[in-house]
Write a new protein. Structure first.
Length: 608
């Protein structure tokens, strides 16, 4: 029997460790930045334009919408950080717009900017940590009967229960998808839709939501990232479901903006009156007039907020976003968590507090959540709530078994290694290839080439000869199928590598070759993390590691390779040192699988 108090106290300790590690970590800076114009966004928040010189070696996604940033100045050799944490709203070519907490913050920043050059530093998102900590406190002490039932099942103190409903029918879905929906609707506390790559997890989750809405007025749909929330929200919207998207609109996809809380807030019939009241108050209304206007402002805010939520069938937000002030006292019969295998457990509890039962969708054999603190990871923060439920209550897990993405030779190895050989390829993709003269699998063994190296300001690993081989291989492959066919059939290519340094190097080499300029829209280069949830006709994986010690670093996290391999629809090319990698049994087995079902080619030592 798990002790509830100790369970959540331990999670709070792990969150505190992770926060301290993030505070200690190196945070990207830009110095100097120039101040530009100010404006107000639809919520009445002040925004400030900042300009800086673009650094070509900037780490990908250092400054992106929604991230916290701090302004600072140099006092001698000492960095002085201003106390006003801002949030990035928009980034383009050295121009950043941030929202400020108050007018006082603007005045303080302008006063200092008159005397000092300012810098911009990526901040620590204390809000997320505060939300998680408070959620864990509340989850430990909350006594609501429905929540206690769910909590006890999730921590293992009570077995899950279900109700029996008439058999549902979805003729357009396969049997495993239909069974997953049936269980999701019938479960009383928790259900898991385990969706390996290409098995239609989002489709199944969407149908589960729509079927649930036949029985409930409104549901909450969450995910750990804005991109994941947007994706499932878009699918619901296309099915005619009224979605209210809560969160920072500048972190939403363009398609979701019309559904955003802010956009619908500003489109409400009473918003014009509210805007005029706010303007009058900003312009300096005082005394009785100010008191009356503030009362009216509060009335309008409450009314608009109530109207927006009453109209929505689905409220969607990130897990952390479920704790926003506008979500206070909102309760939902069912919570759906997409990409639950990438969500920190403490973040999940923030949303679970608002629901009577939970349905999770995801794949714990793909990328886990990012945990920066080694101590917190070892303590269990890297173990997701979905993983725990899979181990505790396997009867809650519904594995989707038919995949609609990969040629069966590409699928076979990850199916055997990660999914007990239960995956099967749908008929229309099982034998699909780019060319009938080609094989779906190729390994280019770089054992004869030079070693890995470190480069860039973050000393990320790269392998220059391997990178050049990737470029030559891509060009040769395009020539084999012809650039004209690539254009006409819109064949797309992905180059995946575990290391940012290698990704930057490959991008640079691509830009240097005139051959690829007309084809650049067909080619994407990125890290494994950046490719999660994506797919391409042809995938080239550059594994980088090449050393005498057999050291493969975080390539030991096999979930990364599962993600990389399963991005490919018709062709997978692995470029890597088989001698270094095959000291690990996974890569040894992968090499043997490719020798049996594809091509294994030893790359010769290049001639001088």
């Amino acid at each position: 029997m798990t002790n509830i108090g100790s369970y959540f106290a331990h999670l709070r300790e792990l969150v505190a460790q992770e926060l301290e590690e993030e505070k200690r970590g190196e945070r990207p800076c830009r110095y100097p930045v120039r101040l530009g114009n100010t404006a107000y966004n639809p919520l009445g928040q002040l925004t400030l334009d900042l300009h800086y010189e673009v650094d070509e070696d900037e780490v990908e996604q250092d400054f992106e919408p929604g991230k916290p940033v701090a302004l600072y100045y140099m006092a001698g050799d000492t960095l002085k950080e201003l106390p006003h944490l801002c949030y990035v709203e928009h980034v383009v070519d050295g121009n950043i717009t941030v929202s400020l907490p108050s007018k006082a913050a603007e005045q303080s920043i302008r006063d200092i900017a008159q005397r000092q050059l300012l810098g911009l530093q990526l901040g620590v998102d204390n809000t997320s940590y505060r939300v998680m900590t408070e959620a864990l406190h509340e989850a430990a002490r909350k006594e609501d009967e429905r929540f206690v039932r769910v909590r006890d099942v999730l921590v293992g103190n009570r077995p899950p229960s279900s109700r029996t409903l008439p058999q549902l029918s979805f003729p357009w879905l396969n049997r495993s998808q239909q069974e997953a929906i049936q269980h999701a609707v019938e479960s009383q506390e928790v259900s898991i839709i385990h969706g390996p790559p290409g098995t239609g997890k989002t489709t199944t989750l969407v149908e589960s939501i729509i079927e649930t809405l036949q029985r409930e007025t409104q549901v909450l749909v969450c995910a750990p990232s804005n991109a994941a929330v947007d994706w499932i929200s878009e699918q619901l919207m296309r099915r005619g479901i009224h979605v209210l998207r809560v969160g920072n609109p500048l972190r939403m996809s363009d398609e979701m903006l019309d559904c955003s809380y802010e956009r619908r807030y500003s489109a409400h019939p009473d918003y014009h009156e509210l805007w005029n009241i706010r303007k009058t108050l900003r312009d300096g209304a005082k005394g009785e007039q100010a008191h009356r206007l503030r009362n009216r402002e509060t009335e309008l805010e409450i009314k608009i907020n109530a109207d927006l939520f009453e109209q929505a069938r689905v409220v969607s937000c990130t897990l952390i976003g479920s704790a926003y002030r506008i979500m206070e006292r909102r309760r939902f019969s069912t919570l759906f968590i997409d990409e639950a295998a990438q969500a920190l457990e403490p973040a999940c509890w923030a949303a679970i507090l608002r629901a009577d039962r939970v349905v999770m969708g995801g794949d714990h054999q793909q990328l886990p959540p990012t945990v920066k603190s080694l101590a917190a990871a070892k303590g269990g923060l890297a173990d997701t709530l979905m993983q725990k439920v899979v181990k505790l209550w396997p009867q809650c897990v519904n594995l989707l078994t038919v995949q609609y993405r990969m040629n069966e030779d590409i699928m076979a190895f990850p199916s055997r290694w990660f999914y007990h050989g239960q995956l099967q390829a749908a008929t229309d993709v099982a034998h699909r290839q780019v060319s009938p003269l080609d094989t779906p699998l190729t390994w280019l063994d770089t054992s004869a080439l030079t070693y890995e190296e470190r480069q860039g300001r973050n000393m990320s690993l790269s392998n220059s000869q391997e990178a050049r081989l990737v470029i030559h291989t891509l060009r040769d492959y395009i020539e084999m199928i012809s650039p004209q066919r690539v254009e006409s059939e819109r064949t797309d290519f992905g180059i995946i590598t575990p290391y940012r340094g290698q990704a930057r190097l490959i991008r640079r080499l691509l830009k240097m070759q005139h051959y690829f300029r007309k084809l650049k829209r067909h080619i994407t280069v990125g890290t494994v993390d950046g490719f999660q949830g994506q797919e391409r006709d042809v995938i080239v994986i550059s594994l980088v590691r090449d050393n005498a010690d057999g050291n493969i670093g975080f390539l030991r996290d096999l979930r990364r390779m599962n993600v990389a391999i399963t991005r490919a629809r018709m062709k997978l090319i692995i470029v890597g040192n088989a001698e270094t990698l095959s000291r690990h049994r996974f890569y040894r087995a992968l090499a043997e699988h490719i020798k049996k079902h594809g091509e294994f080619i030893t790359v010769p030592i290049p001639e001088n």
